[in-house]
Design a protein around this ligand. Structure first.
Ligand SMILES: O=C(O)C(=O)C[C@H](O)C(=O)CO
Ligand code: ZN
Length: 280
């Protein structure tokens, strides 16, 4: 088992708008989330948010403790959100077993010392997408199924943005310090997420795209509303969205994505909306 850990600086809008395609991708795109029996983690200096993936195939994978956290164990001062986008798996957290199926979520509170990840079937491995934020209070660990999520239906087929937002790890479902995670599923024929776009200066966000059909892609938009840039995303890739940036995407087909965020408040609706006809 190996942990790959990468750290990304927090960049300003002024630096970002000078970037070419290669630099934008180097700073914001997280191209490799899942690797067999590895843990891949990217720490962003925006709110010290960590995103990554664990895909146990031949081994039970233990959540490691990267040196740069300077902690006794990973969750000493952090909370963790997990959503499984693969086959059935089991997470054991300080001796408690959680069976986590496709599109189910698990919250692990600060102070959880030992965490292991396993797949039920190595031919169809679990793919645990994970997000973590600094935490200053211990809240109970809890599994959240799709049936327990708060559901919001947004958009229309006519504007190609008809989608279901499944709020999984949010404060209307369970208490967390600052982490919020959920999953947005686009209806067939709809391709636009988060349109009208928004920013939220009080929270950064990371988008992880999956269920992008073979041969299709999602064009992710970022940047200040009047200075946007795009990053082409392939299936199972993530992208960091700074607090000052819009985060929206249009696919060449429908797809699903996981959003995760952290910052100053837990108010999902605290967004500054951007008028569609004023985007540049
Ligand atoms: O499709 C959408 O709209 C979203 O899923 C929006 C995200 O949940 C978000 O950006 C929350 O801040
Ligand atoms: Zn957002």
């Amino acid at each position: 088992m190996q942990t790959n850990f990468e750290s990304r600086y927090a960049l300003s809008p002024t630096e970002t708008k000078q970037m070419n395609t290669v630099d934008l991708r180097k700073n914001f795109l997280i191209p490799h989330i899942f690797e067999a029996d590895h843990i891949n983690l990217t720490l962003s200096h925006y709110d010290r948010y960590i995103s990554g993936g664990v895909m146990p195939v031949n081994e039970v994978v233990q959540l490691s403790n990267p040196d740069s956290l300077k902690a006794e164990y990973f969750l000493e001062r952090r909370e963790l959100g997990i959503i499984n986008v693969g086959g059935k798996g089991t997470i054991i957290a300080d001796g408690v077993n959680y069976d986590i199926d496709f599109k189910e979520a698990l919250y692990l509170g600060k102070g959880t010392k030992n965490v292991t990840f396993a797949s039920a079937d190595k031919e169809k491995p679990a793919k645990f997408y994970i997000n973590s934020a600094p935490a200053h209070h211990k809240y109970p660990s809890k599994k959240v199924s799709k049936a327990e999520a708060e559901i919001v239906e947004l958009g229309t087929a006519e504007t190609a943005n008809h989608r279901i937002i499944n709020k999984l790890l949010v404060n209307s479902v369970l208490p967390t310090c600052q982490l919020q995670m959920g999953m947005t599923e686009l209806k067939s024929g709809s391709v636009w997420n988060t349109m009208p776009a928004h920013t939220h200066d009080r929270r950064m966000e990371v988008y992880f795209y999956f269920e992008v059909p073979q041969g299709q892609s999602v064009c992710h938009f970022m940047g200040e509303p009047q200075e946007t840039r795009h990053i082409w995303m392939q299936n199972e890739q993530a992208v960091i969205s700074p607090n000052w940036s819009i985060h929206s995407g249009a696919g060449t087909s429908n797809y699903t994505f996981i959003w995760g965020m952290a910052g100053e408040n837990l108010d999902y609706g605290d967004m500054d909306h951007c008028a569609i006809n004023e985007l540049k």
